[in-house]
Design a protein around this ligand. Structure first.
Ligand code: ADP
Length: 269
């Protein structure tokens, strides 16, 4: 039997540990880069509504305040920018808390259709303003029970429907379609809006990623909505996907497990 050479052995061990350290350093560098980019993005995103508000106030101070019509117009614009800033800060807090694992999901059992009716009620006005029809389709009238965090899941569907309205033309439509197969319910949010170019489709779930920045920026939003959706669904052990064709529309979908009959009986006891 060939004797092991202790020196060769030590050398290979040292190489092994050196490689491990190198990987660790590379990982740390990557994280640092990620953190820097995140901070740069946040600063940039915060500056936009802050500068806008500042601009409106300076215009008022410059004399616009003396004309009632002009004053009201600029005050409304300032209020709108501050509202955008508020939404952005709230979304930032949500995303950073959820990524740090600081948000606990509160699971409960409910009929997913009740939640969808709730969503539709909430977006009614927004949809009417743009003359967009939002409808909801289910296989039949039976309740579809799931175990999920009601408010967070509602936030996911709300974000998707709002995007379907936002990135759509006047008189467009958004459909929320439920499909049930065996023990899975699939929730599809479909629109006939502007669609998403293929090269952007797997990046839109990243924080702050927007398709054609200048165009989508005008439509408002924090660029965090889909990142939040992705995280919430991960916490429900599922994932979101998109199928989209430019100028034709998009469909965002995710699956959830149905509660089986025995589980339902348990809850009714
Ligand atoms: P935002 O606040 O910009 O809407 P999101 O994270 O919700 O941020 O979406 C990221 C980007 O994905 C949007 O800026 C938009 O370019 C694109 N997008 C999302 N949903 C749709 C949709 N239904 N149709 C077309 N583009 C969409």
């Amino acid at each position: 039997v060939k004797q092991k050479n202790p020196i060769v052995d030590i050398k290979s061990q040292i190489n092994h540990y050196a490689k491990m350290k190198e990987d660790e350093i590379a990982q740390l560098k990557k994280m640092e880069q990620y953190r820097k980019e995140f901070l740069a993005n946040i600063s940039h995103e915060l500056k936009t509504p802050i500068f806008a508000t500042q601009g409106f106030i300076l215009t008022l101070l410059d004399g616009a305040v003396n004309d009632k019509n002009v004053r009201d117009r600029f005050l409304k614009k300032a209020a709108k920018s501050l509202n955008a800033l508020n939404i952005l800060v709230e979304d930032l807090l949500t995303v950073s808390k959820i990524e740090a694992g600081e948000i606990n999901m509160e699971f409960e059992e409910f009929d997913v259709q009740i939640m969808l009716v709730d969503v539709l009620e909430q977006i009614e006005q927004k949809a009417e303003k743009k003359n967009i029809t939002v409808t909801f389709e289910a296989p039949n009238d039976d309740p579809i029970y799931i175990n999920a965090d009601y408010n967070r899941l509602k936030q996911v569907v709300l974000n998707l429907v709002v995007n379907g309205i936002k990135y759509n033309k006047k008189n467009g439509w958004v459909k929320v379609i439920l499909e049930v197969k065996e023990d899975i319910v699939t929730i599809n949010v479909k629109d006939n809006g502007q669609g998403i170019p293929e090269e952007d489709q797997n990046r839109i779930f990243e924080r702050f990623y927007r398709v054609e920045k200048s165009r989508t920026k005008k439509q408002g939003g924090s660029g965090l909505g889909l990142a939040i959706c992705k995280h919430i669904l991960e916490r429900h052990d599922t994932s979101i996907s998109v199928v989209s064709t430019k100028e034709e529309g998009s469909t965002f979908s995710f699956d959830l497990k149905l509660l089986n009959d025995t589980e339902n009986e348990d809850t009714e006891l």
